[in-house]
Design a binder for this molecule. Structure first.
Ligand code: WTA
Length: 635
């Protein structure tokens, strides 16, 4: 059994162990799993190279730790509880035994399609149990899954497939989201025109939409598993064999494929899930994230299932059929732990409390948030109206790269403070450093958040680009992992995340690179150049503000250009990256060396032009006034 903390004293004790002897600490956690062969050495690391290895030479299969290890006790308990988009449609509950059978049948189907250990399988799927089945089937046979969020465009999907050189794509005829259907197969077809490595696409029938099935390439999911046995021997994996790739945005260039490996990721997600949420056997746990993001990977699929938990998976959106949907689900399944993003809380708060009235929320024990800073108003609403002042809120800070939660309260154990992620989990060693790289010791300090010792769940590389791994995370500050976040450690030693210090923005909890959005805008034939910054947005946390320089206007005038830029971004990246504001400007503020001064644009977008700082290095100071005059927010 994964070790569990029960008291503040216990937490402090574990933290001390994690610092005094991290190897002994993590050995103890890892020992609760089933290893085909035990590791020889706990950790080897060198942040200069960088090289990080955990549980060296250990052999295992993560699905064996979800299934076989627990079947004796868990076979007939629910593993996945699936709530469909439409509340009128029948739900599905898959027990551990049933889920294993599905996973094995699909694993056999993948093998029949020629998938072997180390091959990449891309998934572009709605939130249905088969998405988890597809991931676990890959893990069963040692294939590396790469899930692409089903809101991304054809081009984004193609880029990700090509970067990973995936040979198989798993998709569906469509996906339900509220009152809409996303034509996943049509989008996938567009993508696959540019994906030479894909041999087959397996298509799940979900919406019954009419689609094209390409002869020789496309196979229905039900045909692929037809006649396959419900037994599949798990592939023996090395602890450091890749488990999955998940693409995320950085401050420059194209999205990067974050690589997680088997032994460390398993140990880390299982430990953090059980402790942060204080999961007890029989509890129903509901995380509202999409599996297309890391939160879904770690805390809908792997973390809960490794603990034999009941994990609720919801296909739809919080606002449909009305803004009470989450609370209907909580009441229907007597949810005990509920984990969501601040943006969802703010959106529901804005709809008013009538959607909560009369709903039974008394099963709730723990509330969680993730993905962006939570403002105090949202925190209090969540605490008062949803948690009825009874439920601790775990504000969990972490990243795609960290694999699992890093700084967070342990529910009911760590005293909380609104908008603070509180303290690091045992085994995690955060440091605050100033811009020159000096560690700021003691309390009441503010600076860049870094981690100075490896943890099992950390990324190992960026797929196909180890140099970029080094540049992004290990070159800014010597000998530590740089998170990209700013942080404050207050007088009590509590951590409050201040947001990104790089050119990454967090829009409705979705992580986007401003450079990516600029590239998409710049593809517009009339655009000369652009600069994108984040600005405070009441619901989304951050909105997207684009300053765009056009050579000439088309016949549609300014609105015409704005609309066509929006459409372009939608097509190139997906709807999540559409700018909220597009300001057409005569030129961008640049230094004499031609660098765009984003600091100034950020200030203007924030509506604060009173203190722009030193602008004497600008090539043309006048342009700043012109931009302020034309600003589309109150400056
Ligand atoms: C932000 C999501 C404040 C942060 C799991 C981080 C947060 C980025 C929090 C990673 C939090 C995540 N409070 N900010 N509790 N959690 N973030 O990779 O800026 O999608 O660097 O992983 O989200 O986003 P990602």
């Amino acid at each position: 059994m994964v070790p569990k903390i029960h008291s503040l004293g216990g937490y402090i004790h574990e933290c001390q162990k994690g610092i005094a002897n991290p190897e002994a600490f993590w050995n103890q956690v890892a020992e609760s799993f089933f290893w085909r062969k035990r590791w020889d050495k706990t950790v080897e690391w060198d942040f200069k190279k960088p090289e990080i290895k955990w549980f060296i030479n250990g052999k295992l299969n993560i699905t064996e730790n979800i299934f076989e290890k627990n079947l004796y006790t868990h076979a007939n308990l629910p593993a996945i509880i699936w709530e469909p988009n439409n509340p009128e449609e029948a739900n599905r509950v898959l027990t551990y035994k049933e889920l294993l059978a599905e996973v094995n049948m699909f694993a056999n189907a993948l093998k029949r399609l020629g998938v072997r250990k180390g091959d990449r399988v891309a998934l572009y799927m709605p939130m249905v149990p088969e998405l988890a089945v597809g991931m676990l089937a890959c893990a069963r046979i040692g294939a590396i899954h790469s899930v692409v969020f089903a809101g991304f465009s054809a081009q984004s999907l193609a880029d990700r497939i090509n970067d990973a050189e995936a040979t198989i794509l798993l998709t569906a005829d469509g996906g339900y989201r509220g009152s809409k259907i996303t034509p996943l197969k049509d989008i996938a077809d567009d993508a696959l025109m540019h994906c030479p490595t894909i041999k087959n696409s397996v298509v799940l029938k979900r919406t019954g939409s009419s689609i094209n099935m390409k002869e020789g390439r496309d196979i229905w999911w039900h045909d692929a598993i037809h006649g396959e046995p419900a037994h599949c021997e798990p592939e023996e994996m090395d602890s450091e064999d890749e488990l999955f790739i998940l693409y995320t945005s950085g401050s420059t260039g194209k999205p990067k494929g974050i690589v997680h490996t088997t032994g460390g990721y398993m140990t880390y997600t299982a430990y953090t899930f059980k402790n942060v949420f204080q999961y007890n056997p029989g509890d129903v746990y509901f995380c509202t994230a999409d599996i297309g993001w890391i939160t879904g990977h770690s805390y809908i699929v792997y973390g809960p299932l490794l603990n034999g938990a009941q994990t609720l998976m919801f296909e739809g959106v919080p606002s449909w059929p009305d803004a009470g949907r989450f609370w209907d689900i909580v009441a229907k399944y007597k949810v005990n732990q509920f984990y969501t993003a601040p943006t969802a809380i703010r959106a529901l708060l804005a709809k008013g409390s009538e959607f909560i009235e009369g709903k039974r929320l008394d099963s709730l024990k723990v509330l969680g948030t993730v993905g962006e800073p939570i403002n105090e108003e949202a925190w209090h609403w969540y605490h008062d109206h949803i948690g009825k002042n009874r439920c601790p809120i775990v504000d969990t800070w972490w990243q795609t790269e960290t694999g699992g939660i890093m700084i967070s309260p342990i529910a009911g154990v760590t005293p909380t403070k609104p908008s603070f992620a509180t303290m690091p989990l045992p085994g995690v060693q955060p440091v605050v450093v100033d811009n020159s790289g000096k560690e700021l010791v003691g309390n009441s300090v503010e600076g860049n958040l870094c981690i100075k010792y490896p943890w099992p769940g950390m990324l190992r590389t960026i797929w196909g680009d180890h140099e970029r791994m080094k540049d992004t995370y290990f070159s800014r500050f010597e000998n530590m992992y740089f998170t990209g976040d700013g942080v404050k450690r207050d007088e009590d030693g509590y951590y409050r995340i201040l947001g990104r210090v790089d050119d990454v923005i967090n829009v409705s909890g979705h992580r986007l690179g401003t450079a990516e959005i600029e590239n998409a805008i710049n593809e517009h034939p009339l655009v000369n150049e652009s600069a994108v910054v984040g600005y405070p947005h009441a619901i989304k946390g951050q909105g997207i503000y684009a300053f765009v320089v056009c050579g000439e206007l088309s016949t549609g005038g300014e609105d015409g250009i704005r609309n066509s830029i929006m459409k372009g971004v939608n097509k190139i990246i997906g709807p999540i990256a559409k700018p909220d504001i597009i300001q057409l400007v005569p030129s961008l503020p640049k230094t004499r060396s031609g660098k765009i001064m984003r600091r100034i644009l950020r200030k203007i977008a924030e509506g604060d032009a009173s203190n722009l700082g030193d602008i004497t290095t600008l090539l043309d100071e006048e342009v700043v006034d012109q931009i302020i005059d034309g600003a589309l927010v109150d400056v």
